[in-house]
Design a protein around this ligand. Structure first.
Ligand SMILES: *Cc1c(COP(=O)(O)O)cnc(C)c1O
Length: 378
């Protein structure tokens, strides 16, 4: 292979672009030797809350911890049901289970891959306490319809915004669209740190206060603990890195949208199904996901040309061995199941070059996914 490989995500390119700011942030934390909580965490929380158009942000150790602690802080636990999508990373449902509640799945919309509000309505029971939509691939879920359902049934509405930092509906940022929103700063996310990290944003001061207590061993003063909590704080080092990166997030998301539009052009008139953004939505494309009944052949063709692609996600959660006990077999959520067999994520990161994109498109089109006109010609 004579051409350099193209990764799905290139974190080294991102560090190269921001290196002086990030190195200075890390050096500052080490020089101050203030590693746990303190001014770095507070400063990032304030900046991130403002960015998300929310009153409060609480820094946490991961996105998974953000979901689990939000549910616990809202009093959702054993005997309660939380409705979510089966077509997401397992952490979404895992956090519901970790809180002691039961994940209840509803099928997705085939165009956006996000939770289908009509399907949600059919699985509400007297035990339902919360809706947990995911803004998958950086596209906000149908929050207006979900908020109406939540309101009608007296349910909490919690965003899993782990893939959508900076996405908007009608000018309103994710993080401000429900009772609380859970973010991950896992390195490959749109806003990523250099390890694990997460946050919850909310306008609810009492909820923010309870999360601050829960993340820090239920502590109300140094050695007085009001209740049993967790060691789920955001590290000061990670907060400092995130503060250095946050001012660049809008530009990075704009680059993702530009690159997605260019993929749309390069792959137009093929038999690949391309991503669609809903009306009034500004996506923060975390992944550029195409769809093909011959997905595995396209994947093989990309791989043969040194191009890394991904499948998000190959097995819906109700078919995961870990969720066998839910007793949901194949056929339970046909839209999610079909998507899991057909979706393919192409390389996408803000520093991806035009030349790299052309190579990706060329490799995808040299596979059985080809121009519609050449297919018609046989
Ligand atoms: C990454 C991710 C999470 C979990 O975040 P971690 O920080 O890795 O715990 C949760 N939900 C979704 C949709 C994610 O993509």
């Amino acid at each position: 292979m004579n051409q350099p490989p193209i990764p799905l995500v290139d974190l080294k390119a991102q560090y190269a672009a921001l290196r002086p700011d990030i190195d200075a942030a890390i050096a500052r934390v080490i020089a101050n030797a203030s590693f746990i909580m303190g001014p770095e965490v507070r400063a990032f929380e304030e900046a991130f809350a403002a960015y998300c158009q929310a009153r409060h942000a609480v820094g946490l150790s991961s996105g998974t911890a953000a979901i689990e602690l939000t549910l616990r802080a809202l009093g959702v636990g054993p005997g309660d049901e939380v409705i979510t999508t089966p077509f997401t990373f397992i952490a979404t449902a895992e956090a519901i289970s970790a809180a002691g509640a039961t994940p209840v799945f509803a099928d997705i919309d085939p165009a956006t891959y996000n939770l289908d509000p009509a399907a949600v309505e059919t699985v509400i029971t007297p035990r339902t306490r919360a809706l947990l939509p995911v803004h998958l691939y950086g596209q906000p879920a149908a929050m207006d319809a979900l908020a109406a359902i939540a309101q009608r049934h007296g349910l909490f509405l919690i965003e899993d915004a782990a893939q959508a930092h900076g996405a908007e509906i009608n000018g309103r940022r994710v993080g401000s669209l429900g009772d609380a929103a859970c973010f991950s700063f896992y390195p490959g996310k749109n806003l990523g740190c250099y390890g694990d990290g997460g946050a919850v944003t909310t306008d609810d001061e009492a909820l923010a206060g309870r999360l601050r207590k829960l993340r820090d061993h239920g502590r109300v003063s140094k050695y007085v603990h009001d209740e049993l909590g967790y060691g789920h704080r955001l590290d000061a080092l990670q907060a400092a890195i995130l503060s250095a990166k946050l001012p660049h997030l809008d530009a990075a998301n704009a680059a993702r949208r530009r690159l997605a539009a260019r993929y749309d052009e390069l792959l137009a008139d093929t038999d690949l199904v391309l991503p669609v953004a809903s009306e009034r939505v500004t996506p923060a494309w975390h992944l550029y996901v195409v769809r093909s009944p011959r997905r595995d052949e396209v994947l093989a063709s990309l791989k043969a040309q040194g191009i890394e692609a991904g499948i998000h996600y190959p097995l819906p959660l109700h078919l995961q061995p870990a969720y066998r006990a839910l007793g949901l077999g194949p056929g339970s959520f046909p839209v999610a199941e079909a998507a899991s067999q057909q979706v393919l994520s192409l390389p996408l990161f803000p520093e991806l070059s035009e030349e790299q994109q052309e190579r990706v498109a060329g490799a995808a089109l040299s596979s059985p996914a080809r121009r519609v006109d050449s297919m018609a010609a046989g």
